[in-house]
Design a binder for this molecule. Structure first.
Ligand SMILES: Cc1ncc(COP(=O)(O)O)c(C=O)c1O
Length: 311
């Protein structure tokens, strides 16, 4: 009798282990329109505008020590994306936080990616927006290997500007269509530019150092949460320039890096055939990565205190 909770926990862990193995990537429980359900039963109809026309927005962020530490920042951007696409969010922000906490508990996770998806809804004429479907998926976290940070990465440039650039829309047509070019050219990712100005990487923001000045594009990009944090923490030590960044300024860059939720501060040592600085990972970028990790440790502590989570 006393052993019953122990058996339940073991049974649940074994179930989750086999489920993940069988379904390759997802954790077993997802959330769709008000219900926490097993991932293999999480369906929406095929006449959703997300499928028919690519109409919808999403968010993606990760846990730290199993907690959705930066959820408030990502929810704010999610609200903004929904507003830009004129899609009503079916839940209040505090309700979504509660759902995520429940989902994480139910999935018994250590570290995970959390994806919110808000679709255009079921459309009778395949064009008119209706009531959105709201989905939350819990996914295994994929982060770059340590040696990628040690060596830095190469980017290749492509002329492109994302539609509704300040919204995190589900449309990644150009990014996915060009992924094979990256592989062929031994590059890590694609750097978008438009009108000869650098914009962003397919799923990251872009920064350069010119000595101790830190520069990053300001407009026509997705304003990354990682970008925002980097600007905040770097402003204490470096001069920040958020402005238009002509492609030609890459020639004067002493260092470059990309920023994103899973990549944090990832050094860029080459763009097309141009070596950035001396072609090696720079000290400022390494230092920023440390500052970023310290910042996250502080936010973990604040989150634990706010939700009275015992450590
Ligand atoms: C187009 C684009 N730019 C920038 C980013 C980086 O944003 P964040 O730091 O919030 O991950 C992303 C993230 O997915 C993105 O898709």
């Amino acid at each position: 009798m006393v052993l019953q909770p122990y058996y339940n926990a073991v049974f649940r862990s074994v179930f989750i282990l086999y489920f993940r193995k069988y379904f390759k990537c997802m954790y077993p429980y997802s959330f769709i329109n008000g219900k926490i359900i097993p991932f293999n039963k999480a369906f929406i109809q095929v006449n959703d505008l997300a499928l028919l026309r690519g109409y919808g927005c999403f968010e993606y962020f990760c846990t730290y020590k199993g907690l959705p530490v930066l959820i408030d920042d990502y929810l704010k951007r999610f609200e903004n994306s929904a507003r830009e696409l004129d899609l009503p969010l079916p839940y209040q922000k505090n309700e979504i936080v509660q759902i995520v906490m429940n989902l994480l508990k139910k999935n018994n996770i250590t570290e995970a990616g959390i994806r919110f998806i808000l679709t255009g809804g079921y459309s009778e004429d395949a064009f008119t927006v209706s009531k959105p479907n709201f989905i939350i998926l819990i996914e295994p976290l994929k982060i770059p290997e340590k040696n990628v940070y040690r060596k830095g990465v190469k980017l290749i440039t492509l002329k492109h500007q994302r539609e509704f650039s300040s919204a995190k829309s589900i449309n990644y047509l150009t990014a996915i269509r060009n992924f094979h070019v990256c592989k062929k050219e031994n590059a890590y990712d694609v750097l978008y530019y438009f009108n000869n100005h650098i914009l962003e990487v397919t799923r990251s923001n872009f920064f350069i150092f010119k000595e101790n000045n830190l520069l990053t594009p300001k407009d026509d990009i997705l304003h990354g949460i990682t970008r925002k944090i980097i600007i905040e923490i770097a402003s204490k030590e470096f001069k920040i320039e958020e402005r238009e960044l002509p492609l030609i300024e890459l020639n004067a860059a002493t260092e470059a890096f990309l920023s994103g939720t899973t990549k944090k501060v990832l050094p860029v040592v080459m763009v097309d055939k141009l070596k950035i600085g001396n072609g090696k990972v720079g000290l400022n970028s390494k230092h920023l990565l440390k500052l970023f990790e310290n910042y996250i440790s502080k936010r973990i502590q604040e989150f634990q205190d706010k939700y009275r989570i015992s450590h």
